[in-house]
Design a protein around this ligand. Structure first.
Ligand code: ADE
Length: 235
């Protein structure tokens, strides 16, 4: 599953440049017995198979470089994955992601091995691989040099606690829908202000919860927000 994901696009380029080094480890390499079993039936009975703690622990211990390495268990029971986690892990020398599978992972993995349990959303995937890919991608974008211009990460949605502003490209008119005049004006100060205002307006309309987070707004942002709120009341 990871071959296509890691073998193309921005992540492949980043790996080729030595900016990231993403390794996939097969739990079976750490499993014992003729069948290299990594899962077993649940104690107490019930459906499905549970990943055994032994192979998971051994796999982590085989690659963990220091006690500081975050060991992340991907699971729908975890804390919601956020941009702050992505940014923090991008600064780590190593991050280990444990990919859940089948009906579940033995509880002792979450209790005694993982340093944090993380979910990518309120839904259940058949396997943890897509969740791992989401985390890998979001973390890699914060590694300096992975995304072309540093500016494009800085202005992304959530990076500053706001949604991103709208973007337009050619043609100037598409099926009767034009482009905001300011973007064609060449006036960079006006364009910057418009973009900031749009980001604030979009956030207020779509994700007001982000504005009551713990990131204080600048005085300029507060002025823009007041303007937006007034406009909304008037319309
Ligand atoms: N594995 C299955 N569902 C998941 C989710 N929502 N987040 C992280 N890992 C998962």
């Amino acid at each position: 599953m990871f071959g296509g994901f890691l073998g193309a696009g921005i992540l492949k380029k980043a790996a080729d440049k030595g900016l990231v080094d993403i390794r996939v480890h097969d739990l079976r390499e750490q499993a014992e017995g003729k069948h290299r079993q990594v899962d077993d039936r649940p104690f107490g009975g019930g459906e499905g198979m549970v990943l055994m703690p032994g192979p998971v622990c051994k796999a982590v211990e085989a690659v963990r470089e220091t006690a500081e390495t975050p060991v992340v268990l991907l699971s729908p029971l975890g804390r919601m994955f956020t941009v702050d986690m992505a940014q923090a892990w991008a600064g780590c020398r190593q991050v280990i992601l444990i990919c859940g599978r089948y009906e579940g992972v033995d509880e002792r993995v979450g209790l005694h091995l993982a340093t944090v349990e993380v979910s990518i959303g309120d839904y259940v995937l058949t396997g943890g691989e897509p969740a791992d890919m989401v985390v890998i991608d979001a973390v890699a974008r914060f590694v300096p040099g992975v995304v072309g211009k540093a500016g494009s990460v800085a202005h992304d949605s959530f990076a500053e606690g706001l949604l991103d502003c709208p973007h337009y490209t050619r043609p100037r008119v598409f099926r009767g829908h034009g482009v905001p005049e300011v973007l064609l004006s060449g006036d960079h100060a006006r364009i910057e202000r418009w973009r900031r205002r749009q980001a604030l307006a979009k956030t207020l309309a779509l994700r007001p919860d982000l504005l009551i987070g713990d990131r204080p707004l600048s005085a300029e942002d507060r002025v823009l927000l007041d303007e937006i709120r007034k406009e909304r009341k008037e319309s």
